[in-house]
Structures are given as structure tokens and as C-alpha cells.
Design a binder for this molecule. Sequence first.
Ligand SMILES: Cc1cc2nc3c(=O)[nH]c(=O)nc-3n(C[C@H](O)[C@H](O)[C@H](O)COP(=O)(O)OP(=O)(O)OC[C@H]3O[C@@H](n4cnc5c(N)ncnc54)[C@H](O)[C@@H]3O)c2cc1C
Length: 360
Amino acid sequence: MATNNNFDEYKNIWVFAEQRGGKFENVALELIGEGYRLSRDIGDGCKVCAVLVGSGVEGLASELYAHGADNVYLIDHPLLANYTTDGYTKAITDDINEHKPEIMLLGATHIGRDLAPRIAARLDTGLTADCTRLDVDTAKYKEYLEKNTTLDTSKIVGYDDDKSLKQTRPAFGGNLMATILCKSTRPQMSTVRPGVMQKLDLHEGKTGELIKLDAQLSDTDLRVSVLDIVKEAKERVSLSGAEIICAGGRGLGNAEGFELIRQLADKVGGEVGASRAAVDSGWIDHARQVGQTGTTVKPRIYFACGISGAIQHLAGMQASDCIIAINKDPDAPIFEVADYGIVGDLFQVIPEIIRQWDMA
Ligand SMILES: Cc1cc2nc3c(=O)[nH]c(=O)nc-3n(C[C@H](O)[C@H](O)[C@H](O)COP(=O)(O)OP(=O)(O)OC[C@H]3O[C@@H](n4cnc5c(N)ncnc54)[C@H](O)[C@@H]3O)c2cc1C
């Protein structure tokens, strides 16, 4: 029987401030920005609080305040120096039970995806994985729905202006967006895709309250110990933070086709991206896949070359500032989201762009 249904006891938004070796994951800072926005929509003194876990990490708190955190909950313990499922789950679950946040957000990283379901199961609460949009159930949200959907908002099940969290994520292979509520237990938990939410502008020197939490941990709580960390020698692909992405699809014809995309990327100072069709064909590594089952990106410029614009691809790149599509089919759906569309053979168009770039 759940004991976590007395909603009045639950307050504030917690964000898991995931860090590795003292460096925060981008998504953690993005979620502080999103948590800040949600907390102000909730009102009633709701605060956004970063949960900083590790060993000897207190010095990182200032970065979290600068990114918008009102408070930092610090869980510092030698056994939390490296991520382990058991250690982090126990430490965070104990503190949620004690301090009772109404919302807990984690990045949908490898660690977040491992940790969030463990915590949710121990708390006997719901979790929505891989969200791409979060809203609070308020009149403001109703206004958004009225403007952006054809639905009659009076008939939306669950809409009752009770400030519960609307957690939106792609469903049924990305063919529709599902909005999920956690109606009967607290906290409401979500993992959120990296690159989707906005960081706040940095406020150097901003401070907040540091709340030190006691982690009750012993060796016997951890079934796994980290003996050594070996970094993958493979080149690290950083699509989610890239300013310019040159992405290629099945229209490239074969793996050699990507040479042209690499030349374009070198020329414009971008990263190489790909559609799933190109990845599934074995032409390029999965780390470069953009879309629903790849990385979500938001560069200043996104070149889509020989990519048709399937909904699952669009789900990962349509928030880009400027989309330039090159496709020989004038009816390709990618042109519906493109800011600039070039109808033509990419093997002629891309060399011409490179040539013009050299002349500029
Ligand atoms: C559950 C699920 C998850 C998925 N996740 C993803 C995902 O994360 N990312 C993703 O990308 N897809 C994903 N997909 C696959 C997606 O549905 C599409 O199949 C895929 O995006 C198509 O890739 P594409 O545009 O490269 O290929 P195609 O759809 O085959 O398009 C190739 C395009 O190239 C054009 N073209 C061909 N030759 C040339 C030329 N010489 N010059 C210019 N244009 C040319 C064609 O006109 C065509 O528009 C997913 C599918 C499912 C079911």
C-alpha cells in the first residue's frame, strides 16, 4: 500500500545534477532551466533544487546556482565517488523519502535511465521515460492546448488545473505524442532527453542554500564495486552540443557517400550526423544517428542531405534554428520543416556549396 499519496507533504522540484569526474552533463543544466520554469508556473514558493551526488563535490555547487538552482542538496560520501546503481539509488531514495519533492527530473542518459526506474520502484511511484516536453497542469497549459491542438480541452482526461506534471513523450513509434500524468502518487518522476530543454542564461555569482544530506551507506549496500574506469578509445561524438550538423541519409547511396558529408562538415566546421536508414545500412556508426532512437539535436544549422524527413528523424532535429534540406524529390516531407530547400542531386549540390564557401 503506497504511503506516498498525501500530496500536501510534497514540495519543490528536484533535478539530478549528473556529473562525471566533476563535469556536469549538459542535460543536468538544461533540466535546472526547465525545473526553474516549471517551479515558477507552480508558484506557492516552489523551488528548483539540484541534487549533487559524489565524493568531494561540494565545490561544484556554485555552478548549479549559476544555472538557476535555488537550492543544492549535497549527498557527499566516499562510496559515491563513482556511480553505482545500488549506492546512488539508496542515497537518493532515502533523501526523497525524507524531504519529499513533488517532482524529480533526471536526464535520459545511460546513468539516468538506469537510476530513475530503480528509484521509482523503491518509492512505489510512476516514471515517464524519455520525455520531450513538460508542462504543469495550469490555465497557461490549457491556453497552449487551445492554440496548438484541435482537441476540445474540456474533454481532455486528467486536465483539472491541479498543477500536476504533464509529461509528453513520443509513443507508437513516434507516430503520436502521449501526455502522461502521475495522478495518485508522489513524486512525479521523468527522464528527459538531452538537448531538448533550454539552459537558463548563466548568472555568475548567484548563490543559494546548500543543504548537506547524510548518506547512510556501508560497503554491504553496494553489490558492485568499481575497480577501474577505462575510457573508450573511440572518438567521442558530440552531436547534442554541436552548432552545425551535416547529416546524410539513404540518398548518399553507400558508405563512400559520407565522404562528401565529411568534406562539407570540415568546410563549415560541423559534426557529421545520419539518418537511421544510413546507420542500419552499416554506412556510419550509430553514435551519429539523429532522431527518436538516436540523439536529439538543436544546432544553429542542420543540413539534411538525402534524408526524406520521416517523423522519427524529425523528432530529433526539428528544433534546429535553421534547417537546410537537399533532396532530389520536391515532395519529400523534409521540405515541410526546412527553412531553405534545395531540390537537386546532392552529389552536384554539395560540391557547389563547398565551392561557394571557399569563394565567400
Ligand atoms: C521505432 C522507430 C524509430 C526510428 N528512429 C529513427 C531515428 O532515430 N532516426 C531516423 O533517422 N530514423 C528513424 N527511424 C526510421 C525512419 O522511419 C526512416 O525510415 C528513416 O529516417 C529514413 O531515412 P532516410 O531519410 O535516410 O531514408 P529514405 O526515407 O529512404 O530517404 C532517402 C531520401 O534521399 C533522397 N535522395 C535519394 N538520392 C538522392 C540524391 N542523389 N540527391 C538528393 N536526394 C536524394 C530521396 O528522395 C529520399 O527522400 C525509426 C523508425 C522506427 C519505426
